[in-house]
Design a protein around this ligand. Structure first.
Ligand code: ZN
Length: 293
């Protein structure tokens, strides 16, 4: 039997401006920490996912791999949604936005859409099925039914972290994007000062290393060393996106805590199962190897 959901009853000291908001903090059986914020006055529905991994986990011969992995997760398609454009199109259709960033020890992905789209879709759906409440029909719909835009986006978004494809044909494009970000950084005084601090730091600490990645570290060196970049991306993902106690998810919107909890359970409960299966398999293989001599 799987572990139950663990809810944390923490005292949250809220400013008067936040008294309308309702919060819930709990851990799903897969170890994903979930923080929900429900606010009837909220005009945006949003979701973010943060993983406790970043540039400090870059392999020595592929600096920038964590950053490239962040790019590829949102751009490289998933087993469920093989066309990587679907997410971008859905976001565009709903006037939303998305982004992601990688720091030394953290990688964060997020998207948001205005509530107006949800309200419109709700009104249409409510007309069709003769209901007028906002919360009765978004859970449990089959694919192809009138799934609300936010839930549809949630499903696509989370699929990237369940079974990402890291399509080989898109890797070079994302390396170029990472390289242009690095080129842009070269003209930013703040970034230059940051890199100067990095260069002055202890050479044995990972902070000293280059972390953004560029054509040299992600394309030229791997080619010279015959490194398969796609394999490295998959390995980095399986090693570091383990979910159990290293990932946090936040949902925020005008929906009730009850509905946001249902979204969390429905879409995030099986997150990490591919990594667990793979790591178990790897553990078994290494046990076999160790016991063979
Ligand atoms: Zn980037």
């Amino acid at each position: 039997m799987s572990d139950p959901i663990i809810e944390y009853k923490l005292p949250l000291y809220l400013p008067i401006s936040n008294l309308e908001k309702r919060y819930k903090l709990f851990k799903l059986p897969n170890g994903l920490l979930c923080f929900l914020i429900s606010d009837p006055t909220e005009k945006i529905a949003s979701c973010s996912l943060t993983v406790a991994t970043g540039a400090f986990n870059d392999p020595e011969n592929m600096l920038g791999l964590a950053h490239l992995c962040e790019h590829m997760l949102l751009a490289g398609g998933s087993k469920e949604y093989t066309d990587p454009q679907i997410f971008h199109e859905e976001i565009g259709k709903n006037n939303g936005s998305f982004n992601a960033y990688t720091t030394a020890e953290q990688t964060t992905f997020y998207f948001e859409i205005p509530n107006t789209n949800i309200m419109t879709s709700n009104a249409q759906t409510a007309d069709k099925i003769g209901k007028s409440t906002l919360t009765n029909y978004s859970i449990g719909k089959k694919e192809g039914d009138s799934v609300l835009p936010f839930e549809k986006l949630l499903r696509i978004f989370v699929s990237f972290f369940k079974a990402p494809l890291f399509k080989r044909s898109l890797i070079d494009r994302e390396i170029f994007t990472v390289n242009s970000e690095h080129d842009g950084n070269k003209t930013s005084t703040m970034k230059i000062l940051y890199h100067a601090t990095r260069l002055l730091s202890n050479k044995r600490h990972p902070f000293h290393r280059f972390s953004t990645g560029n054509l040299e570290t992600l394309s030229i060196i791997p080619r010279l060393e015959k490194i398969d970049v796609q394999k490295r991306l998959k390995k980095y993902f399986l090693d570091n996106f383990t979910v159990n106690n290293n990932m946090t998810m936040c949902l925020k919107g005008f929906d009730s805590l009850n509905l946001l909890t249902k979204y969390a359970i429905k879409h995030f409960s099986d997150l990490g199962s591919a990594n667990v299966a793979n790591n178990n398999d790897r553990d078994r293989k290494s046990t076999r190897l160790n016991s063979s001599h």
